[in-house]
Design a protein. Sequence first.
Length: 632
Amino acid sequence: MPDRPLKWLAATALSLLAAVVLALLVLALVGWNWARGPLQDLALEKTGRALLIGGDLKMHWAWPAPRLQAQAVQFANPPWASAPQMLSADAVDLGVDLPTLLRGRLAFTELRLTRPRMFLEQASGGRKTWLLDRLQTDESARLHIERVQLDQGELSYADPARKTAVRATLSTVDAATLFKATGQYEGLPLSAEGRGGTVLALRDQTLPYPLTLVATLGRTRVQAEGSVTGLLEPSAVDLQITVQGDSLASLFPIIGIGLPRTPAYRTTGHLVRSGTLWRYDATAAKVGRSDLAGSLQVETAGARPMLSGALTSRRLDLADLGPAIGAVPAAAGSASRRVLPELPLATDHWDSVNADVTLKAQSLLRDKALPLENLQLRLRLDDRLMTLDPLDFGLAGGRLKAQVTLDGRSTPLRGNARLQLRGVQLGQLLPTVDLSKTSIGQLNGDITLAGQGASVGRMLATADGRISLVAQNGEISRLMMEQIGLHLLEILQLNLTGDKTVPLRCAVADFDVARGVMQVRALVLDTSVNTVVGNGRIDLAKETFDLRFVPRTKVSSLVALRGPVYLTGPFARPVVRLDTARIVARGAGALALGLLNPLLALLPLFEPGPGADSPCAELVREAQSKAPPAKR
């Protein structure tokens, strides 16, 4: 009795084995073509799209990935797509992942395609042709494929909403996949070519895929050579890369991070990725006429990418920073252009990234010879709030320190600036003016402004605050002071003998700023030769001067055409003019008296002096007092 169950089990096993052997013999004789119909029906039922297997169907058993081979395969696109077929191939060879299939999910270890023609498209509502649910919106309904191998074929991709349509051709030559692509991406013309490995390791996070690429997108050109691990979702990147283009801002469609507008640039360096961290080490970079070096890195793990790094420059041309603040080069013959930057600041991509970047530059260049050097800048961007602190550089032997904030969260853009001017040498401040070279002394100042507007010019045009500049206990060109006082004989004498200096008791320029208008609080230049007192206003919105200067001589001058001096007109073409009516009247008086007696002709032109000293200490204290808070 005990042996009967064993006999029964043995008989059952033999029967099953015989059935399997018989089935295999039948399949060997008949083949798998009988399964074409059921597979096509199953695809139509599950996806609503037609699968057509026009040639033989074969199965090669192996564990854990049997291979399914089919000839002349077509799989349709959904009706809304612009091409009828998503895939057409002369042959398809699939490695089926049996363990995953037994868990109820379709997955493939490898896909080999012979002369494929593939068309992928994305449409509104999240619809994607490669999602196999009936609505093409379920991200879990995509095929899971580890590796893809192609011999030659075509791949097209379209996303009309993003103005993207790309067509690529691929071929395998000498154990490498060659590719060429043309079309447009984000509305920009695209062309690319390169080579990679024969097997596209789409999801392999351990095997680096060799890649060589030359691509042009719009005016941006990229050359890269190295490897990428995980082509669909890269986990590692190691590329030597060269990028050049018309502006760093044009990189946004490629990297998804908003960079400032710049002149044409070129950079060469090493790009690596490890996990969620990207790092770029620039071995050489040039933006306009400026050189740059250093490292930048982007951490993508947070809600918003974090850009950080440190850059250095041996020579930084300030003209190259102009586009970033809305300034444009002067057009030929455009004498009436506005001086203050008026192009809107590009804030539309400020929400694409947070940032903390430092920049140090040894020498600063500009069109005019104002000496600038040793720039130190730290830029931080946090949720569309940009801070420049410190903004510090050498200016004419002294330093200018500033803290600037730009709040992109408000509309219009709001800006605040606090500037400190310390130890600026008067003789170096305007090196292109000969008269300033004989001036000695230091200029100090404080500027506090707050405004709003889309551009720097508009923010200044609406600004409130205070501007105070002070110089004292120095020396200044006597020729310049005699020219201001219109002392004709002294001007002639100094032109013949050479300029000299006279003591500078104080120079004060103190303005209240309200709604873009700089109103004079105190405008005084006091020397041992004369005192010049000014009043009036400067309109930052209209970019015009309206200032009146009255010289008061402290020394006797035999011939002086004394009278007010006016500074008027636009910033781009200021006009300095004299009170010609008063001068003509004095000249007429001199002529009339000269008819009576030649010596009497000098009386209207004689400047007896002395003028009174200005209250320098009081003016300096007032100018150096704490500026009132900006009116906002």
